[in-house]
Ligand binder design. Structure first.
Ligand code: GLY
Length: 319
């Protein structure tokens, strides 16, 4: 992603790539202020370490490249400048020539309220993200998505389907933090209940090279999705606990429960993963969506369950 961004002029943080820990450590010694050490491979959302000092950076490089805490995923590391601003996610669906954006969303990656604690796959999301103004959305499409799709095509790669852009937004505009070749989780749970257009038609259009369809129709109401996780996640956790309250949520209007780490055990539903459920609600405004979502969350019970109580706080603070 970083090399594609550099080659095709997509705004992103300055970076260097290392396959030798000696060279990586030497580079870190020249840094002032915050920077980020990233494992190049997949590390279950834990491979990004934001460092506030050279010592933290040296420790991150040693952990990844010498002690191999992420196994082969840390053989190559990227060291990049730390961008400040507010994060948001834009997911587009593309046929390899054109792309249509889904509504904006914002994820909450840390496990605890106030964005504290370790990183997770995502503890909740809401859509739309007010930080993504119409102007920002235009800039994302023009300066990030368009050059990425054209660049991939020039590289001989026909990319179709969902392209997820993780962004950092400040007054100078959006910058690309990451691409994922998939929908976002839990962003998509907060986005899809707002989609009024036919989702299957959208996917078929991306398969059939017909994505130049008219833009998508959206429910104006905001949507909030709260992840309920197993106690201990993203570290070790136990599974197999019975989940109570699902029946009550089925009867609630504009409330959706997306199952993530669950399984059926006879008549019961039991926990079977780290992130267990995504409880999701639409509301007349962001406060109403948050309140309705937490009213639903509070009806769910299982042993050790954990969830953040502040999903959507940035949108709420902007009102
Ligand atoms: N929510 C972050 C991701 O899907 O990667």
């Amino acid at each position: 992603m970083k090399e594609l961004a550099k080659k095709y002029g997509i705004p992103t943080a300055g970076f260097e790539v290392f396959t030798e820990s000696v060279a990586a450590k030497k580079y870190i010694k020249g840094f002032k202020g915050k920077f980020v050490v990233k494992a190049d491979g997949l590390a279950a959302g834990k491979g990004v370490i934001v460092c506030s000092s050279k010592e933290e950076g040296l420790e991150a490089v040693e952990a990844m490249m010498e002690r191999k805490i992420f196994k082969d995923a840390g053989k190559k590391v990227i060291i990049e400048e730390c961008l400040e601003g507010e994060e948001a996610s834009i997911i587009v669906v593309t046929d390899g020539k054109d792309a249509v954006p889904l509504a904006s969303a914002q994820d909450h990656k840390r496990t605890l309220d106030g964005d504290k604690g370790p990183n997770t796959g995502g503890m909740g999301a809401y859509s739309p993200a007010p930080v993504v103004t119409d102007e920002t959305m235009k800039a994302v499409m023009k300066d990030i998505i368009r050059p990425a799709i054209d660049g991939l095509s020039k590289e001989g790669i026909k990319y179709t389907g969902a392209l997820y852009a993780g962004l950092m937004i400040d007054s100078s505009g959006p910058k690309l933090l990451e691409f994922n070749c998939r929908f976002g989780d839990p962003e998509t749970q907060a986005i899809l209940p707002r989609l009024k257009s036919d989702f299957v038609e959208l996917i078929e259009a991306s398969i059939d090279d017909e994505i130049d369809i008219a833009s998508l129709q959206w429910d104006e109401r905001p949507c909030v999705s709260v992840v309920i996780s197993s106690g201990g996640y993203p570290g070790e956790y136990k599974t197999g606990f019975e989940i109570d309250g699902l029946d009550a949520l089925e009867k609630m209007k504009d409330v959706y429960v997306f199952h993530a780490g669950t399984r059926a055990s006879g008549e019961k539903t039991v926990t079977a993963g780290g992130r267990v459920l995504n409880v999701t609600a639409l509301g007349s405004d962001i406060k109403d969506a948050i309140d309705r979502c937490y009213n639903a969350v509070n009806l769910i019970e299982f042993e050790g369950m954990h969830f953040r109580r502040d999903i959507g706080y940035r949108a709420l603070n902007r009102r």
